[in-house]
Structures are given as C-alpha cells and as structure tokens.
Design a protein around this ligand. Structure first.
Ligand code: GAL
Length: 963
C-alpha cells in the first residue's frame, strides 16, 4: 500500500482508527449524570456491497418504512436480517491485500429516531457512546456526519450537543462487515457484524471530570493502602465513608485497609464528587509487581487457575447480557477458577465490574490479532508497518482508558498472535507510560522484549518443567535471554478443551505447585461457540455454508454452548481445588493443606463420611485449625467410625457467598481402606452342547462362534473384543501437529473395521474356550484373543487374553469387550468413579461411590459427537430394566464402563448431536484399559504414562443375571 493509495481509500479501508470522535475515558455503570439508552429496535437495511455513494438514508425525512428491523445490541446475521455467521480460525475469509477488503462487503444501515425528554439537561455536553460495533461504523445525527471508527470491541464517543433537536432526532449508523480493522481482528471466532453492545446518549455536565484514574495500592509490610484519584477536567473530592476518607482528587492518603485479592475481593464503596457529577467508585487496594522473578500481589506469589473467555451466547453471539456475564463468573468461581484472560479483546465493560466484585484476576487483552499473516510468513503484518501504528495506539488507549479503574485488572495484554513488530513496541511503551502500576503481557514474541512475563501457549509438560527450572533453551541474544530467564512464566493458553478433554491437567498442576516460576495458566477456553440451530442442535463452522471455515474448532470450551459444564470443567475444578485433602499419617486421620494464595480456610467447613458397600455408616465434621496459605495440618474426625471402607472428606462453603451457597463443595479427598479381594471368574460347571448351542451355567452360546446369546434371561448380542473408539478431537489432532495424530492412524489401520476370525470353539472340562484372531483388512497385524468362559453358582466368568501379533506402532484406542443388550436395560448402576465421565488422564474428578443413572444420562453431548461417557475405576456395573431385571458385571480388576444407545461406529459417523438416534439396543463397553485423551487438538498429545500400548493383556469379568 502506498501513501497515495491509502489517501484515496474510502474511510472503512483507510487504516486510520477513525475521525471525529472524542478521546477515550473510563466506563462506569452509573453516576448522577443523565443518560438515555438508545438500545432497542432499529430500522435496518442490508446491502451486499459497501455502496458509499448513497448516504441518503442518513438524512432526516428518509422513508425507511420498507426496511426491516434489528435489535440493538445485536448482530444482524443472527437476527434473520440477512447474511450468516462465518467461522475461521487463522485464515482471513477474504483476499489478503491490506488495508483493502472485498467489494462484497455486507453493509448494515441502522436507523432510529428518538425524542429527547423534556427534563433533559441543558448544560454541558451530550455525548453519543457506542460500546462496541463490528467491524466499523460511520455515524450521522440529524443528517450531519459525526465521524467514523474502527476497533470493534472498544468504545467510541462523539460530542453531539449542538446537533440535537428538541423534538425528534434521527440517528443513522452505517456498519460494514469488513474494514481495515478486520485485519486487526483476526481472532479465532465467528465473524459477526453489527452494533453488538449498547448505544447511549450520555450527559457530560459542566464541572464533570473528563477522565479519572483510581490508584489504590497496598503495602503488605504494614497493611496500609494508599489512595490517589487523579481527575482531569474538574476538581473533585474522593469520599470513602467506611475509611473516613474525604480527600481532594489528586491528593493521596495512606491508611490501614483490607487488601483486595481474587480470593478476598474486598471493595470499598467510594464516590468521586465533582461540581458536575457524582460518580460511585468501588475501590480495591492491591499492588502487583514482579519481584525475584515471580509475579506478586500484595507481597505474595499467586497461581493463575485461569480460563480464556471469549464473549459468547448461543443465540446472541457476542451480544452478551448482564445475567449471562454474571452466570459465567459465578460458574467460574464455583469451579475454583480464579483468573480470566479476556481473549482476545476487552470484554463488555460491565464484566470487569463483576470481576472486581466476585474476585477474579484479569488479564485484559487488547482487541488485536493478525494471525492470518502467519502463513504469508508475516508479509504485510500490520503490527510491523508504521502506517498502522496510530490504529494500534488507539486500540491500546481505548482499552487502558476504559478499564484502568478496575482492581481485578492486573495485567494488560497487547493482543494475541500478531507475530512481532514495532507497532507492538509502541503500544507497550504507551501503556507503560500511562499505567506503570500493572504488568504487560504478550505471547507472540518469544524474545519478550516488550513485556514483563514470559508467556506461552500449549507447551509440553517437559518444556514447562524446564522453564520451571529456568533451564529452557536459550534465546540467541544473551541479553534478552537473561532478561527472559529472570521472568515469571504463565501459560496464556493450555489444556485445549475441544471435545472430550483436555487431558493432562493434573500433571501441569503438579509442575505449577513445584516450581515457583510457573504461575499457572489459562485453559483454552471457557465456552464452546456453537450456535443454537434447529437442525444441528448446535452449529459450528461450515454449517452456514461458509466458503472457508474451520469446522468445530470453534467448539473448544469447558462449557457447552448452553453453559452446561462439560466434564472438562468438572475435572479442572478438581485439579485446581484450593484445598488438598489426603490421608493422614495414622489410620482414620487426614491431612488438610491450604492451597489458597492469600485466604485462610475460615470460610469452609469440613464434613466427612464413612461408607461401606455404598452405605454411609458414619459422618461428621473435621475441626480444621486456621491454616495460612501453604500450611497443612493433620486432623481427625469428630467421632469414631471403625472398620474399613471409603472415607470422603469435603470442604464446603460454611455460609452463602456471592457465588455459592452454604454447602457448595470446594474441594474433596478420599481414602479407601481394606479394598475387597477381586472375585475370581466362577468355575465348576461344565459346558453342554445341544443343537447349535452350548450352555454353561447361566450362559447360552452359539456353538459355531462361541459367542454368548443369552445370560440368564437377558439376551446378549455381539460380545467380542473391542479396540475402537469414535476418535475424539484430541485423538484426531490439529492439522499442524507433526505426529501422533492417532485418530487418523487408527483409521488408516482400520481399527474401526476389525475382523474377528474364529479359530477354535473348545467346550471341554469346565470351560468354554474360544480362540480368535482380531485384525483389520489389509494389514498383517492383529490381536490373538482367547475368551475363556467358566460358570458356577449362577455366575458366568470370562477371562480374555490378548496377545498382539505383528508390528503395532500405535497405541490402541481401547482394550476390552463390548456387547449389546435389548434397549429395555437402560438403567445403570455401578460402584466406582463417578458421577461423570473420566479417561486415564482426565480422571481427577472421578469420585469413588455407588452411582445410579439412566444410560441416556451417561452420555456427554459433545457438539461434534465423539467417544465419551466412560466411568473410571469401576468394580461392578449393572444394567437393568424398570423392574430391576438385567445383568451385572464384576471386574477381576477395576474397569472402565461405558453404555450407550448407539454403537461406536454410529457415534463416529455423527457430525452433530441430533445425528445420534437411539436404537433398540444398549451397547456396553467394559474396558480393561483406555488410551488417554491429551490435548492434541491444539496442544501436546497423550503423556507416555497414559498411552495404551498394544501389549499382551489378560482381564476378567464375572456376569450374573439380575431379577
Ligand atoms: C491459539 C489462539 C486461540 C485459539 C486457540 C485454539 O493459538 O490464541 O485464539 O485459536 O489457539 O483453539
């Protein structure tokens, strides 16, 4: 792009941030200044192209009676007003020719009239404020152009006092789906044009501040807070009644305070009072620094147990209402999450008020990503081209000025995945100058030149451990290397929560707890961005006919799109629980460790129970002494309860809080003693051949194949070795993963179409032995599999021996048996891990107990169907009909139990949840072992200890008919 070229470009392609607007200032929810919402129904017209020449709609008197309407805030593509959402991750969905955009540039003309009320203020200025418009807007009031702007998730204001009519006013906004700003907004999410946040007319009275900046530090050495509120454009007083503070703006006061932390979000209600406006403030005192290579708040190291949060609602996209924002935060708090990275743009400003109030550490990230340049080797990258620097600086300023008064925001992030460049350095310099009291983050530049922390996404456990030891691979430049090596480390993204998973969280957590430098991370990501869809249940990339898209990569959250927690969230909650409960040194005692960074345990109550064979025989409370962060104590129950069994201790909220009710479980631990000896497969009875059948105890077998057809009165079908699972997103891995994409390799091998050759059916002695070879067509590898059936006392024993043949270079998806029962046996009960699903590397949250639920409830409804629903560590499982008749299976060793109303093949073939239709069978998998899950849909694969190698194995079950 040459200078002359950009000079003649239309405003929406010009790389400048905009024209005609006011300087940025803070957002605040209320004040006594008058304001008027312009949300609601607006007239709307969609054009397929950016027809800049016709601006007649902006003129008063324009007849829009033929137009449709849209709700503001909202995205027109989600309101049946034309167009559709489109999803791409990295790639720009248009030719890359910055700052130019396609001629096919959907353009939404928005129009509304409003009448100023009679009591409107007469003094000062009236300001028209937009909280967020994607991707750009040009604005007219009563036919007069106010200006234009880019920077979708940032506020923009215009002074409009002179232009307002006493009677009716006409506000016209032209929004283009694409603009030069789109090059800066290549975040991995749906492209969703529209006025998606509020529009407000705000009074700026005479004598009101133009800007104010709250500085509230905390000195942990003496417990004092220092408050200073800078105020621009007016003199004011700062009142903090609870502290007896009444000082002038610009003056500071130091006095004893209670500090703010995410664990103890102590806010002081205050007011900034100027001649023209009284502004309520909520002040949290805290100081964040990097000291001795560690991030410290109020003198203490903190550990981020974080998530990346995009704004998303399955019906309204990034137009997220206040109750949904609160719901997100309440869910986070309930799941022990203590930090949010606002990936990858500043969220709705009210969200940060809630973070202050409920207590979350926040990395506030600027609305900036240019990832699509990566495949062009970063040619033309706007962050390395000075013509874009004004736009970058504008974005940095709009974020910092808007959000600077929040205690929760402790780190500014320059943006995401932009490579490196001087534009980023300029942003960093500006932010440091304006707000030296917070830290700076940016992940995309490994040299860390501009920032205070070393941050990475998706490193392996092994690399994280090296970093923890400050022993990572050096940077080429020794000076930069020394600087980086002295920095604290966070993972701004890890644990890719796409589909089933993420696996390996516990192992990361152990590293964070071992190495001081490792200050935790932010799981990617909070919620699946699946749109509610009449046919697909939840839609993902490609479901709207996009020419380019990235499929279900947009569904990679810990919440399903409807905000139901996925098993991944339940697992994360357990992995990051802030209290650890384990066995004590003497039988019947427990060790309790305070894992909070700042808080004591006074808000918790510890309740214990003692269960024997699924029945609680005793329960009570544990008196846990006050423990400082990091401290442990050994405690004994308040009542004696002798004998073996299962001991469970739960740390629960002792009283109601803003985010959880009394009794809400924060953490738990279990100790099992005197584990029962495993039942040997029954033996004693002899197989009897008659006709085409063999009978052995309760089992009836097909004499030709040796496959059972009945156990007692329960028809059994297709019982055989099973190694296949419907590959998870993490099995399949991302396209850029170098190897280990086992989901693909399993399919290449044909593990989904194994043949079962019957070599012998031997009914002699007290066993029925069936020798088989299980192998895929086209390959010379296989699994020699022997089923040995025995029976005694109405029970049927099965021992399966598996010996691999040939050169198996891949782990197996699973190793166990599967069979079908009639659909009526749809009730499940088991003793083992529960209540939710678990896999070898996602099993921290599986609590031992006796659980009961219908087969339908065993399913996890991943947006793209895939392997799910296994229960870990199962000792026995039963499937019964409504009358209690059915089949029981006990494991020789604990096993994995899965039951569903479709086969793994049907699960594999399904693309959306509604594709799965219950058939007339319940398909049951009893697995000796499962391959772990890992995080390879974006991050590292399954750790070696969780891989299921093809090796000789033997496992057994005992079946008994019930009822
Ligand atoms: C990261 C990126 C995120 C998201 C994630 C994968 O590289 O920062 O925006 O794309 O990968 O889901």
């Amino acid at each position: 792009m040459s200078r002359t070229e950009t000079d003649t470009l239309p405003w929406y392609e010009d790389p400048s941030p905009g024209t005609g607007g006011l300087a940025p200032r803070p957002w605040y929810a209320t004040s006594d200044a008058w304001r008027m919402s312009l949300n609601g129904e607006w007239a709307f017209r969609l054009s397929p192209r950016a027809a800049t020449e016709d601006e007649s709609f902006a003129r008063p008197g324009f007849d829009a009676s033929e137009w449709g309407t849209v709700a503001v805030p909202g995205h027109w593509v989600l309101q049946g007003a034309g167009g559709a959402p489109a999803y791409t991750n990295v790639v720009y969905p248009f030719p890359v020719d910055p700052p130019r955009v396609p001629s096919e540039n959907p353009t939404g003309d928005h129009l509304r009239t409003f009448t100023l009320p009679g009591d409107r203020p007469q003094d000062g200025e009236l300001v028209l404020r937009f909280e967020g418009v994607e991707s750009c807007a040009r604005v007219w009031l009563n036919g007069r152009e106010l200006g234009d702007f880019k920077g979708s998730r940032l506020p923009h204001e215009f002074a409009v006092g002179d232009l307002l009519n006493p009677g009716e006013n006409v506000l016209a906004v032209r929004v283009h789906a694409w603009s030069s700003g789109s090059y800066l907004e290549d975040q991995d999410q749906w492209w969703l044009p529209g006025i998606f946040r509020e529009v407000t007319l705000v009074h700026r009275p005479d004598g009101a501040p133009r800007d104010f900046f709250v500085h509230a530090g905390y000195d942990h050495r003496d417990g004092s807070g220092t408050l200073l509120v800078e105020c621009e454009g007016a003199d004011g007083r700062v009142l903090v009644p609870e502290l007896g503070v009444d000082i002038a703006s610009g003056a500071s006061v130091t006095l004893p305070v209670e500090p703010w932390t995410a664990e103890t979000p102590r806010l002081y209600d205050a007011e900034l009072v100027t001649a023209g406006e009284r502004i309520p403030l909520r002040i949290g005192f805290r100081t964040v620094v990097v000291e001795d290579g560690v991030i410290k708040v109020n003198g203490g190291r903190l550990l981020f147990r974080g998530v990346n949060r995009h704004e998303f609602h399955p019906e309204t996209g990034r137009a997220v209402d206040a109750s949904t924002m609160r719901r997100d935060l309440v869910l986070m708090k309930q799941h022990n999450i203590n930090a949010v990275r606002t990936s990858h743009y500043p969220p709705h400003p009210a969200f940060l008020d809630l973070c202050d109030e409920l207590g979350l550490w926040v990395i506030d990230e600027c609305d900036l990503e240019t990832h699509g340049f990566v495949d062009l080797e970063w040619r033309g990258n706007p962050v390395d081209d000075e013509r874009w620097t004004p736009a970058l600086l504008d974005r940095a300023a709009r974020m910092v000025e808007r959000d600077k008064n929040h205690a929760s925001v402790i780190i500014w992030s320059l943006g995401n995945e932009c490579g490196s460049g001087s534009g980023l350095t300029s942003m960093a310099e500006w932010i440091r100058g304006r707000d030296p009291e917070r830290l700076l983050h940016y992940e995309g530049d490994l040299s860390c030149e501009d920032v205070d922390l070393y941050s990475r996404m998706y490193p392996t456990h092994a690399e994280v451990e090296l970093i923890g030891k400050r022993a990572e691979e050096p940077l080429a430049d020794p000076e930069l290397d020394a600087r980086r090596r002295a920095m604290p480390f966070v993972m701004c993204e890890y644990g890719h929560a796409m589909g089933n998973g993420p696996g390996g969280l516990s192992e990361y957590q152990r590293l964070f707890e071992r190495y001081e430098r490792l200050q935790g991370g932010f799981v990617w990501e909070w919620i699946d961005h699946g749109f509610a869809h009449p046919e697909h249940g939840f839609a993902y990339g490609g479901d709207f006919g996009e020419e380019l898209h990235d499929g279900n990569f947009v569904c990679d959250g810990l919440l399903f799109p409807d905000r139901t927690p996925s098993p991944g969230l339940v697992e994360y909650k357990k992995v990051i629980e802030p209290v650890r409960i384990g066995p004590g040194s003497a039988a019947g005692t427990f060790t309790v460790t305070n894992g909070y960074d700042f808080a004591g345990l006074g808000h918790l109550e510890f309740v214990w129970s003692h269960e024997v064979d699924g029945t609680v025989v005793a329960s009570g409370t544990l008196a846990v002494p006050e423990l400082a962060p990091g401290a442990s104590a050994e405690v004994a129950p308040d009542a004696a309860s002798a004998g073996d069994g299962l001991w469970t201790v739960r740390a629960v909220l002792a009283g109601d809080t803003a985010w959880g009710e009394r009794g809400h479980v924060v953490a738990w631990g279990q100790v099992e003693t005197g584990v029962r000896a495993v039942p040997a497969p029954a033996a004693g009875e002899r197989p009897v051949r008659a006709g085409g059948l063999i009978t052995l105890g309760p089992g009836v077998f097909d004499a030709a194949t040796g496959v059972p057809v009945r156990i007692g009165d329960v028809p059994v079908e297709g019982l055989r070795l099973d190694v296949w699972r419907a590959p998870t997103d993490n099995d399949n891995g991302a396209a850029w993963q170098p190897d280990e994409r086992y989901g693909l390799r399993w399919r290449e091998l044909g593990l989904h179409r194994m043949r079962h050759r019957v070599d012998a059916v031997e009914a002699d002695g007290d066993a029925l032995t069936v020798r088989t070879r299980v192998a895929p067509a086209g390959w010379d590898l296989g699994l020699r599999t022997t089923y040995r059936w025995t029976a005694a006392g109405g029970r049927l024993g099965l021992t399966v021996s598996v010996v691999p043949d040939g050169d198996w270079r891949v782990p197996l998806p699973r190793l166990g048996i599967r069979f079908a029962l009639p659909a009526a046996y749809g009730g499940a009960r088991w003793t083992g891990g529960g209540p939710g699903e678990a896999y070898p590397d996602t099993r921290a949250a599986a609590m031992l107990g006796t659980w009961e639920m219908g087969v339908d409830a065993l399913q996890t409804p991943y947006v793209r169907p895939q392997e799910n629903g296994a229960r870990a560590d199962v000792r026995w499982a039963e499937l019964t009909d409504t009358g209690g008749a059915g089949l029981r299976a006990e494991g020789g060793t604990p096993f994995w139990f899965t039951a569903r109303r479709w086969t793994s093949e049907q699960l594999d073939a399904a693309e959306h949840a509604p594709d799965l239709v219950a058939g007339d069978r319940v398909w049951v998998n009893l697995d000796h072992a499962l391959q772990g899950i890992g995080s390879q849909s974006c991050g590292p694969g399954v750790l070696p200890e969780h891989r299921l190698g093809a090796e000789p194995a033997e496992f057994s079950f005992v079946f008994a008919p019930l009822g």
